[in-house]
Design a protein around this ligand. Structure first.
Ligand code: F6P
Length: 529
């Protein structure tokens, strides 16, 4: 594997950045090139992407495509999709793509389709069971964020008679208000954990079990009211759960919503819609596997991420989905991107001389506009923004949807165009101080512009479109991680805190602070009792 900074393309990009990239002005670029939008936008399965408001030109893309080839991205992608051990530190294949492939089109087809059929049949059985009105998914990280994001996004495909709840935090303020609303005889708990050892999930599952038994449920009824989705079926059985749907260690937790972990999704939207979600993801997988680098949307996005992070030095990216259903997408993407690519050594364990994962954050539009967009427009940092617009809503309020879309378009326009001091000076502003010097006021009201953004357009937020969108993000994260030469599929960085929490738990009870640093000892003493 060739690391990005050891390629000729990297040096070419550095030269290109100094000569053109640093000073590229989007307004001038559009004025110079009438075909910029056509040249820098593309249609992938279900997702149209406008990259033309980014700080790049066709020459930049040319150098970035060279970088992808020099880093052997196409061959490494093919090897991963064919089942190579791409997760080196854990010695595992990386095959979430196999979970959405038709039988025979990817490795592990038979077990994948056997579990899928059983899981979908069970989901349909629960959907037909009028007695079950509430389904509680107990899981955290990848066993929570993906299902929760999808269930919210596809709310309009759900059955209004059934409520889905998600409990993740070990903070009892999460589970307590959920349990308070439930009737044990009308509730199904799904304990979702790849490992079935995660402290938060196990603790919440114990609370749910004790609550069930304390409120009239019997041990025999646990079989009907508890199910587990896990790679560790024997641990689920030891817990007393007999209805289990398995998956495999070659599915990363944050890539697992397509597996049995998707059970709450299937219960919410039904087997046919779940199949459509998988089908959309598979269509994006085919695009990722087959399209040339220059027209490969996930690859282009990952390449632009590297351009921004390592040449422009942008440290974060904001996601603004202009669809309320996608309100959990930023949280989902935080795990997907930052747990995958927040790494500081390469595959050989060598410290990296360049930055990796940006901070990913955001809120749905238009809410974000009334919170932090001020900083995006006039703050000192340049933060690329990613807009997601959906052409057709699933509600009947056309007047609201038109306003939403107008706002989405206006924000990317405003970021790019800005406002000159001259324009600010010429405006009459009734809300401005009457005594303030006009020139000073104009400076406050100037927008630098030239701030980059990408806009994705979906025709409608259908299961298929959502599947394609999420798969696009997965492959984009792989692309930047592969260029950086890191392992995007492990997460050793979460281990230390877990181990220290195990040490501190008994100390909270005993008050023993021996060997602790003074700050932790002082805080522990304050928090006890
Ligand atoms: O936070 C670390 C992590 O391992 C994530 O990668 C994972 O999604 C989450 O914990 C939950 O793990 P599990 O599904 O095994 O309970």
């Amino acid at each position: 594997m060739t690391r990005c900074d050891r390629t000729e393309a990297w040096s070419a990009l550095a030269g290109h950045y100094e000569a053109h990239g640093r000073t590229l002005d989007l307004r001038e670029a559009f004025a110079r090139d009438a075909s910029r939008f056509e040249a820098l936008s593309l249609q992938a399965p279900e997702v149209f992407a406008d990259l033309s408001k980014n700080l790049l030109d066709t020459a930049t893309l040319h150098f970035l495509a060279d970088l992808a080839r020099e880093c052997e991205l196409p061959a490494r992608r093919d090897a991963m999709l064919a089942g190579a051990v791409a997760n080196l530190t854990e010695g595992r294949e990386v095959l979430h793509t196999a979970l959405r492939a038709p039988l025979g089109a990817a490795p592990h087809g038979e077990p994948v389709h056997a579990v899928l059929a059983a899981m979908l049949a069970y989901a349909e059985q629960v959907r037909l069971d009028a007695q079950i009105t509430d389904v509680v998914n107990i899981g955290i990280g990848g066993s929570d964020l993906g299902p929760q994001m999808v269930v919210a996004a596809l709310e309009s495909y759900g059955d209004p008679g059934r409520r889905l709840h998600f409990v993740s935090n070990v903070d009892g303020h999460d589970i307590a208000p959920v349990l308070a609303k439930l009737d044990p005889q009308r509730t199904l708990f799904i304990v979702a954990s790849k490992t079935f050892t995660t402290q938060e999930t196990m603790a919440n599952a114990q609370v749910a079990r004790a609550w069930f038994l304390a409120n009239g449920g019997t041990v025999e009824e646990i079989a009907r009211h508890f199910a587990a989705t896990t790679t560790n079926v024997s641990a689920a059985a030891a817990f007393g759960i007999t209805t289990t749907f398995g998956f495999w260690d070659w599915v990363g937790g944050r890539y697992s919503l397509w597996s049995a972990i998707g059970l709450p999704i299937a219960i919410a939207i039904g087997a046919a819609n779940f199949a459509a979600l998988l089908d959309g993801a598979h269509a994006m997988d085919r695009h990722f596997a087959e399209a040339p680098v220059e027209r490969n949307l996930p690859m282009l996005l990952g390449l632009v991420d590297v351009w921004y992070r390592n040449f422009h030095g942008f440290a974060s990216r904001s996601v603004a989905p202009y669809h309320q259903g996608l309100r959990r997408l930023p949280a989902y993407l935080q795990q997907l991107e930052m747990e995958s690519n927040g790494k500081r050594v390469d595959l050989a364990g060598e410290p990296l001389p360049y930055a990796t994962s940006p901070v990913v954050w955001g809120e749905p539009g238009t809410n974000g506009q009334h919170a932090y967009f001020q900083m995006l427009h006039q703050g000192t940092d340049v933060i690329p923004v990613e807009f997601i617009a959906v052409r057709r809503p699933t509600h009947a309020h056309a007047e609201l949807h038109a306003k939403l879309l107008a706002n989405c378009l206006a924000q990317s326009q405003a970021l790019m165009l800005g406002k000159t001091a001259e324009a600010a000076r010429s405006e009459t502003v009734p809300t401005a101080s009457a005594t303030l010097d006009r020139e000073v006021l104009a400076r406050h009201r100037t927008f630098p512009g030239n701030r980059p953004s990408t806009t994705f357009v979906l025709d409608m937020l259908t299961p298929r479109a959502l599947g394609a969108l999420v798969a696009m993000y997965e492959h984009r994260v792989w692309t930047s991680g592969a260029l950086w030469g890191i392992n995007s599929f492990d997460q050793w960085g979460v281990e230390l805190g877990k181990a220290l929490a195990s040490d501190l738990l008994p100390r909270l009870a005993s008050g023993d602070t021996r060997g602790l640093d003074a700050s932790t000892a002082g805080l522990l003493a304050r928090l006890r009792g």
